[in-house]
Design a protein around this ligand. Structure first.
Ligand SMILES: C[S@@+](CC[C@H](N)C(=O)[O-])C[C@H]1O[C@@H](n2cnc3c(N)ncnc32)[C@H](O)[C@@H]1O
Length: 382
């Protein structure tokens, strides 16, 4: 195990230079370059003893002190804190029993919770967002999600028709958890209805936005998603009579929030085109909803929704979380845009569906090769 302070280029390009004195312990007799893993992600050690992985790219700010350890299945790296002098850290610690321990072991715990599915930069946890220990605090760059709407959708494992006050209590609890998971410059795209009339009229968007702000989230904007689907209407109220007509906007919204700072201080690579930027910064988005029967989930959103949010609000290589993964749509968008994607889904059946969809989107050996190619081309540019 060794500790070191990450330098600017290491953070930006996504590698860790293993100091010569630690190479016998950490690399041993392996012939370089060689392929390995880092925290479960594919990685490569080049002939100069630099360990490259997409996992590291823009993950930690410059100056972060990390511990690195080699285990049977590959390498593990854990942030300790940020500090300007590492000399005091370049030692192993011993706990009270004299057992060898390493600094930052607490940080390791979240990383070793067993995923339901993992392939390189994509991870699914079959877990409850209210209880999960799978996500480290202050580790997420962007959250994109669509929670249950409390409109009596028939999920396998979740009652979607609880009393509204209980629904808002549930909402407060998961919003708080997500707040803790986000980095200080972390952002949050929350897809919810504007309002609802099923089970009584409620101002869902206004209520959830208010709770999000109470929990600590700061407000940035609201995007109107015009699904162009008026068949979602459930009732007219009093037909052609002023007695009690129902008025409903056939739109959903994406509330855009952030944790502490909207402007990113670190540098990163953006991947949207000029046309996309111009179109998407107009906060009325027009594209169709997803077909439930085709997907096999009662309320999927189309890939276009997380794809736009991810490209507009995060850098390439950033970590994106969907705490209500459903059929896995957000992770498909992560695959398409080279982001690290993590999904939490309470229902095993939907986890299986997400895995099936991801596999059909090309999680194959080829994808692994591509990731390694990215690492090598970064190496050539360095
Ligand atoms: C609106 S759906 C998400 C659909 C998803 N955006 C997609 O494209 O398929 C909400 C999902 O949250 C899941 N869910 C409900 N309660 C949960 C909890 N406490 N933790 C994690 N997942 C939960 C449900 O099983 C459901 O699949």
């Amino acid at each position: 195990m060794f500790s070191k302070i990450l330098k600017k280029m290491e953070c930006k390009l996504g590698f860790i230079q293993i100091p010569s004195k630690f190479r016998p312990e950490l690399i041993g007799g392996s012939k370089l370059p060689c392929l390995t893993t880092l925290n479960g992600f594919s990685a490569k050690i080049d002939k100069y003893g630099r360990l490259w992985s997409i996992y590291l790219k823009n993950r930690f700010p410059e100056g972060t002190v990390v511990n690195m350890i080699k285990k049977e299945k590959g390498y593990y790296v854990f942030p300790l804190n940020t500090c300007e002098d590492s000399t005091m850290l370049e030692q192993e610690q011993k706990d009270k029993t004299g057992k060898r321990n390493f600094i930052g072991e607490e940080n390791m715990k979240a990383s070793v919770i067993k995923p339901y599915f993992k392939y390189d930069s994509i991870t699914i946890f079959n877990d409850n967002i209210l209880k999960t220990k799978a996500i480290e605090n202050n580790s997420i760059d962007l959250i994109v999600t669509s929670p249950p709407y409390d409109v009596d959708i028939k999920y396998e494992n979740y009652d979607d028709s609880i009393p509204y006050d209980k629904y808002l209590e549930f909402t407060r609890n998961w919003l708080k958890r997500c707040y803790d998971f986000a980095k200080d410059d972390g952002r949050f795209c929350l897809n919810i209805p504007l309002d609802k009339n099923k089970g009584g009229q409620q101002s869902v968007c206004a209520d959830i936005t208010t709770i999000a702000k109470e929990v600590g989230w700061r407000y940035h904007a609201t995007i109107i998603w015009n699904e162009q689907n008026i068949s979602r209407r459930t009732a007219w109220g009093s037909w052609m009579s002023a007695s009690a007509p129902f008025v409903i906007a056939p739109v959903e919204v994406i509330v855009v929030l952030y944790k502490k700072e909207w402007k990113k201080k670190r540098e990163g690579k953006s991947d949207m085109t000029r046309a996309e930027f111009i179109e998407w910064t107009n906060a009325v988005w027009n594209f169709s909803g997803e077909n439930r029967t085709k997907i096999g989930h009662p309320s999927p959103f189309p890939v276009e929704l997380p794809r736009r949010c991810i490209k507009l609000f995060s850098f390439v290589g950033d970590t994106v979380l969907d705490p209500f993964l459903g059929s896995g749509t957000t992770l498909i968008a992560c695959l398409q845009t080279n982001r690290i994607g993590i999904g939490i889904e309470i229902d095993k059946k939907y986890c299986d569906l997400a895995v099936k969809r991801l596999k059909s989107y090309g999680i194959t050996q080829q994808k692994l090769d591509e990731v390694l190619q990215v690492a090598s081309s970064d190496l050539n540019n360095f």
